[in-house]
Ligand binder design. Structure first.
Ligand SMILES: [Zn+2]
Length: 143
C-alpha cells in the first residue's frame, strides 16, 4: 500500500485505531529503490530492525551495523513532509493529534538513537534516488 495515498478510512474504535497504527509502511517503492541502489554500490545493511536504545524500542528501516548508521524513509503523509504533508481538515480531531504524535515520536526516536551513538539519516519518500543515496553515503563516510 503506497503510504502517500490519502487514507480513506478513519479509526472509530480502539481496535481499528490499533490496527491502523500497525500499518507501518515498509517495503515501499522509494525504500526498495534506495535499498537496491545501495546494495548495487556495495553497501550491506539490515532491513526493518528493531533497536532498543535508552529504554526506547524503535524500528529502523535500514541499519548499517558497523558504522552505526540508521536510515528512515518517511512517508510524506504520515510524517508530515513540509512539501506534501498536511493536516486533513476532515476528521481533524483524529488526524491532527495522530500526525503530530508521529512527528513527536520521530523526534524522540532521533534523539534516542543519536544519544546511543547512531548517525540518523531521515529521508522523505519524495527524495530523488540519487540524493537519497548521497545522503546515506555521506553518513557512512563522514568527512
Ligand atoms: Zn514529500
Amino acid at each position: 500500500m503506497p503510504r502517500t495515498k490519502y487514507p480513506a478510512v478513519v479509526a472509530t474504535t480502539p481496535g481499528r485505531s490499533r490496527n491502523m497504527a500497525a500499518i507501518r509502511s515498509r517495503d515501499t517503492k522509494p525504500e526498495l529503490a534506495l535499498r537496491r541502489a545501495l546494495w548495487r554500490r556495495g553497501h550491506r545493511y539490515l532491513v526493518d530492525v528493531s533497536l532498543s536504545v535508552t529504554g526506547v524500542r524503535r524500528r529502523v528501516d535500514l541499519l548499517f551495523r558497523g558504522p552505526r548508521v540508521v536510515v528512515f524513509v518517511d512517508g510524506c503523509f504520515w510524517h508530515v513532509c513540509p512539501e506534501h504533508g498536511s493536516f486533513p481538515s476532515r476528521n481533524a480531531h483524529y488526524w491532527r493529534p495522530k500526525l503530530e504524535g508521529n512527528q513527536r515520536r520521530d523526534a524522540e526516536t532521533d534523539t534516542a538513537l543519536r544519544a546511543a551513538g547512531f548517525r540518523v539519516v531521515r529521508l522523505w519518500e519524495h527524495e530523488p534516488l540519487d540524493a537519497a543515496v548521497a545522503a546515506v553515503e555521506a553518513a557512512l563516510a563522514p568527512a
